[in-house]
Ligand binder design. Structure first.
Ligand code: ASP
Length: 435
C-alpha cells in the first residue's frame, strides 16, 4: 500500500506546483487588469493581495519552509554523528572528506568555466549598451582566511542555534569520532544516536508527506510577483543560464556518473525527481538537505557514513548551478557595459566564485550576494546586478535544483569509490518508496 502512496508523492508535488504556478500567474494577471466596475463581495486588489497573497499563501509557504528548516540541525547533527561514530578507521574519514571536497571544487570550477565559455561564444549582452554609472563603490569581499577560521565553532550550541552548517559539521565529525574512540561508553552512545537517527528520519518523512501543500503555497506566492515584463532584453541571458544549467546537470553529471561511477545516470535522475522539485520550489539547498539525505540513503543506496557528511557539506560549499549563473552574469554585465575582460580576469572570476560558495549558506538569493563579490574582484560595476535581479528568482529555483543534484551525484561517486554504495538499492526502482 505504501508503495503506491509514495510513488504518487512526486506526482502530487508536480500537480501542486503546476496548480500554484497557474493560480499565481492568474492572480498576477487579474490584479493588474482590474475591471472598472465594482467587484462582488467588496473584493478589490488590495484586500485580495492582503488576504490571499500576503496572508494565506505567505503563511502556508513560510510554515513549510520553517518545517523543512526545523529538520536541518537535528538531522545533520544526528546523522553525521551516526556516520562518523561507526568509522573504525580515521583514515577512511580523511579519504571520504578529501574526495568529496575535491569533487565539489572541481565540478564548481568546471561549471563556471563552461558558463563563461558559452557566454563568450553566444554573447547574451551584445547589443544592450549601458553607460557606466559613476556611483560605483566596490565592497570588499570577506577574506578567505576568515571563512576558514569561521568553520571552527567556539560554541557548538550557538552554532546550532544559528544554523552555522560548517561549524555544525566540524563539531559533529569530532563528536562522532570521539564516540568511535570511547570503547563501551562510545558503544552505548552509538546505539542511542542510531535510534535517534531512525526517529529523525521518521520526522523527515512526515514533513515530506505535507510537501504538496507547501509547494502549492510557495509557487502561488512566487508567481504572483514574478516580473515577467522584464524578460525583453534578458531573454538571451535567461535562456543561456537555463541552457547551461541543463547541460551541466544532464551531460556533465551524467558523464561523471557513467564514467567514474559506472552508474546509470537515468536511474539517478529518475530517483532525484522529488528532491529536485523540493529544491525548485524552496530555492534553498539548506531546506532541501532533509529530502536529499533521505533520497541519497534510501533510494540511491549511499551509506550514511558518506551521505551524512557529503549532503550537508554540499548544501553549503557546492553550488554548481549558482556558479553557472555567476559565470554567465559576469560576461553579460561586462558586455552590457562594454568592458573587455582578459583571460586573467576570467580566471579570477572562476577562483572567486568557487571560493565564494564555500561558507555561504544555501538559501534563496545568496547567489546574487556572491555575484557582487565576483564582479568586484574583476572591477565590474556591481550596479549591473540591478539588470538581472528582477528575473533572478526563476533562475534561483532552477540553479538550486542543479546545486542539490550535484551534491547527490558527488555523494554517489564517493560512496561508489569507497564501496559504500548498495547497487541493489541503486538499481531497484522501488527502493526507498516504502520508507
Ligand atoms: N538558492 C541557492 C541555493 O540554496 C543559492 C543561490 O544561488 O542563490 O543553493
Amino acid at each position: 500500500m505504501t508503495t503506491t502512496k509514495k510513488a504518487s508523492l512526486t506526482v502530487r508535488i508536480l500537480i501542486a506546483m503546476a496548480l500554484g504556478i497557474f493560480v499565481g500567474l492568474s492572480l498576477q494577471y487579474l490584479l493588474t487588469d482590474i475591471p472598472d466596475y465594482p467587484l462582488p463581495l467588496g473584493l478589490n486588489p488590495v484586500n485580495i493581495k492582503a488576504f490571499l497573497i500576503d496572508g494565506v499563501f505567505h503563511a502556508g509557504g513560510q510554515i513549510f519552509i520553517n518545517s523543512l528548516q526545523m529538520l536541518v540541525v537535528p538531522l545533520v547533527f544526528v546523522s553525521l554523528v551516526c556516520g562518523t561514530s561507526s568509522l573504525t578507521d580515521i583514515r577512511t574519514l580523511g579519504r571520504i572528506g578529501s574526495k568529496t571536497i575535491l569533487l565539489y571544487i572541481l565540478t564548481t570550477a568546471l561549471a563556471i568555466s563552461i558558463a563563461i565559455g558559452m557566454a563568450l561564444l553566444l554573447k547574451p549582452g551584445a547589443g544592450i549598451n549601458l553607460p557606466l554609472q559613476q556611483s560605483f563603490s566596490p565592497s570588499l569581499p570577506p577574506s578567505t582566511v576568515q571563512v576558514f577560521i569561521n568553520m571552527f565553532p567556539s560554541n557548538p550550541i550557538a552554532a546550532m542555534a544559528q544554523g552555522e552548517m560548517l561549524q555544525i559539521i566540524v563539531f559533529a565529525v569530532l563528536f562522532g569520532l570521539s564516540i568511535a574512540l570511547a570503547d563501551s561508553a562510545g558503544e552505548r552512545m552509538r546505539q542511542l544516536f542510531a535510534d535517534l537517527n531512525v526517529i529523525v528520519m521518521k520526522l523527515v518523512n512526515i514533513v515530506m508527506q505535507l510537501s504538496p501543500y507547501g509547494v502549492f503555497f510557495l509557487m502561488a506566492k512566487q508567481f504572483t510577483s514574478l516580473e515577467l515584463e522584464n524578460l525583453g532584453n534578458l531573454g538571451w541571458y535567461l535562456g543561456l543560464v537555463l541552457f547551461v544549467l541543463v547541460l551541466h546537470a544532464f551531460v556533465v553529471y551524467g558523464t561523471l556518473l557513467a564514467v567514474l561511477g559506472r552508474l546509470n545516470p537515468l536511474t539517478f535522475f529518475t530517483k532525484m525527481k522529488e528532491t529536485a522539485l523540493f529544491a525548485f520550489s524552496t530555492s534553498s539547498s539548506n531546506a532541501t538537505i532533509a529530502s536529499n539525505l533521505a533520497t541519497v540513503t534510501q533510494k540511491l543506496g549511499v551509506d550514511n557514513k558518506v551521505a551524512s557528511f557529503s549532503i550537508p557539506l554540499g548544501a553549503t560549499i557546492n553550488m554548481d548551478g549558482t556558479a553557472i549563473m555567476q559565470g554567465v552574469a559576469t560576461v553579460f554585465i561586462a558586455q552590457v557595459y562594454n568592458i573587455e575582460l582578459g583571460l586573467s580576469s576570467y580566471l579570477m572570476v572562476i577562483l572567486t566564485a568557487t571560493l565564494a560558495s564555500i561558507g555561504t549558506a544555501g538559501v534563496p538569493g545568496v547567489g546574487m550576494v556572491m555575484l557582487a563579490m565576483v564582479l568586484t574582484s574583476v572591477g565590474l560595476p556591481v550596479e549591473g546586478i540591478a539588470l538581472i535581479i528582477g528575473i533572478d528568482r526563476l533562475l534561483d529555483m532552477t540553479r538550486t535544483a542543479v546545486n542539490i543534484c550535484g551534491d547527490a551525484m558527488v555523494s554517489c561517486l564517493v560512496a561508489r569509490s569507497e564501496h559504500c554504495l548498495d547497487l541493489q538499492v541503486f538499481n531497484n526502482a522501488d527502493a526507498g518508496k516504502t520508507a
